[in-house]
Design a binder for this molecule. Structure first.
Ligand SMILES: [Zn+2]
Ligand SMILES: [Zn+2]
Length: 183
């Protein structure tokens, strides 16, 4: 597997534009809900800023997931934006900092010679995954009784049941909750 690397010696001669076009495996894009089958593309500009290396750019791909309401497989286009720094500073070798969760979450360690940006590229994409993938914001979901896809029309269950109460308004819901709390 070809690894991505940025040679900092070369970076001293001038900025490097890294054109990304790789298989999702290279960035270890694995998730329980989302499947990655499309290539990852993007452009990341590496430059020296005093003692640090700045990486700025974007990465794009498409993930597949099931709509949480109707279970149809949907493609979710993702565009991760990257603007981070690398520094040859041993203080950044803590587990938190390695994961970008240290005091400065945009600052990462590198050994002073070579940068392997895969992990940061991966993060930039994974952070864009939606909490609840939907085929459409208006997806009607499946009938809880017969499992019919309500996007394709009403099922028979709706005719047999008395009409449902008007959809609860979130404001009403909050008011109801307040009442419960006050009791
Ligand atoms: Zn749906
Ligand atoms: Zn039904």
């Amino acid at each position: 597997m070809r690894l991505m690397k940025i040679d900092v010696l070369k970076l001293r001669e001038g900025p490097i534009d890294l054109e990304v076009d790789c298989q999702p495996d290279l960035l270890d894009l694995v998730d329980r809900e989302f499947h990655f089958r499309k290539r990852v593309t993007g452009l990341v500009h590496f430059s020296l800023v005093e003692q640090r290396v700045r990486a700025k750019g974007f990465l794009e791909t498409v993930a597949e997931a099931e709509c949480v309401r109707c279970l149809k497989v949907v493609e979710v286009p993702l565009r991760g934006i990257l603007d981070i720094f690398y520094e040859n500073n041993p203080a950044l070798l803590t587990p938190e900092a390695m994961l970008g969760a240290g005091e400065d979450e945009n600052l990462y360690w590198f050994d002073g010679e070579i940068i392997h940006p895969e992990e940061q590229f991966r993060e930039a994409i994974m952070i864009e995954l939606p909490m609840l993938p939907l085929c459409s914001p208006a997806c009607k979901g499946l009938c809880a009784q017969c499992g019919a896809d309500l996007n394709e029309g009403q099922c028979r269950c709706a005719q047999q049941k008395p009409p449902r109460a008007v959809e609860e308004d979130p404001a009403d819901w909050k008011a109801a909750l307040k009442k419960i709390r006050l009791q």
